[in-house]
Write a protein that binds this ligand. Structure first.
Ligand SMILES: [Zn+2]
Length: 231
C-alpha cells in the first residue's frame, strides 16, 4: 500500500484506455495524474505496452522532477507534463498522443480552426499550435522546453477553455480535471481534427463559426449557465 495508490490506479486506467480510444499507435502516448495536495504525479513508465500496465508500474514524480516511488523509468515526456502541472492551476491530468489527424495539423504547422459546433462543445476557439523550437531548445532540456513553448503559446488563454494544444512538428497534448476527462478531450481533439481536415479538403475556404455560435455551444457545457446533460 502506498499513499499514492489512488493516482496510480487512475493513471494506469487512463493509459490503458488510450489504444482502445484510437489515440495511440505502438507506444506513442502517455498520461499522467496529479495529486495536488501531495505535490506529486503518477505517470506511465517509458516504453511499456499498454495492455501490460499495472498500477504498480506507474512512476511517482515530484514537482522537482525526482522519482519518489517506482522501479521503472518514467515516460520520456515527463518534464513536459511537469511543466504543464506547474503552469496550469486546476488541471489534474495531462495526456500526450500522436493521434493521426491532430498530428497532421501539428506537422503542417496549422492551428485547428473552429469550423463547427462539435469543436465549440469542448474548445473555446481554435486549438493553437506552438512556434518552432530553436536548436538550443531542442538540444537542451528538450521535454521541459516543449512544456515552455506550450505555456508561452497559451499565455492569456484559460487552459480549461482551450484544453489542448498542438506542438509543432510533433503532436497534441490535452488535459483535464481527471484522467477520464483528459482522455475524453484527447478523443474530441482527434475527432475535430479529422472533421476539420475533411472540411478543408471539400472547401479550403471554409470560414470559422461566428462568435455567437461558438459562445452558445461552449457555454451550454461549461460555466455557471451550462445546461447540457442531467447534472
Ligand atoms: Zn510525442
Amino acid at each position: 500500500m502506498s499513499r499514492f495508490d489512488a493516482i496510480r490506479e487512475e493513471c494506469c486506467e487512463g493509459n490503458r484506455r488510450l489504444p482502445g480510444a484510437g489515440l495511440v499507435d505502438l507506444t506513442f502516448g502517455n498520461l499522467s495524474v496529479l495529486d495536488p495536495d501531495a505535490g506529486v504525479f503518477a505517470i506511465k513508465p517509458s516504453g511499456v505496452e499498454y495492455g501490460k500496465l499495472t498500477p504498480a508500474d506507474m512512476v511517482i514524480v515530484d514537482m522537482d522532477g525526482r522519482v519518489v516511488e517506482g522501479s521503472l523509468r518514467p515516460s520520456s515526456d515527463t518534464a513536459t507534463h511537469r511543466r504543464l502541472f506547474l503552469a496550469f492551476a486546476g488541471i489534474r491530468s495531462v495526456v500526450h498522443t500522436h493521434s493521426r489527424s491532430a498530428v497532421a495539423f501539428a506537422q503542417a504547422g496549422l492551428e485547428i480552426p473552429c469550423l463547427g459546433t462539435t469543436h465549440c462543445d469542448d474548445f473555446y476557439g481554435p486549438v493553437p499550435v506552438t512556434r518552432a523550437m530553436t536548436q538550443e531548445e531542442v538540444g537542451g532540456d528538450y521535454e521541459w522546453e516543449t512544456g515552455n513553448v506550450i505555456v508561452e503559446r497559451l499565455a492569456g488563454i484559460s487552459p480549461l477553455d482551450v484544453p489542448a494544444i498542438l506542438v509543432r512538428s510533433h503532436g497534441p497534448f490535452a488535459w483535464g480535471v481527471s484522467a477520464n476527462k483528459a482522455v475524453e478531450i484527447a478523443q474530441a481533439l482527434e475527432i475535430i481534427a479529422e472533421m476539420a481536415l475533411k472540411t478543408l479538403v471539400l472547401n479550403p475556404g471554409t470560414s470559422p463559426v461566428p462568435p455567437h455560435l461558438l459562445e452558445k455551444h461552449f457555454r451550454r457545457k461549461h460555466g455557471s449557465s451550462a445546461s447540457y446533460g442531467q447534472a
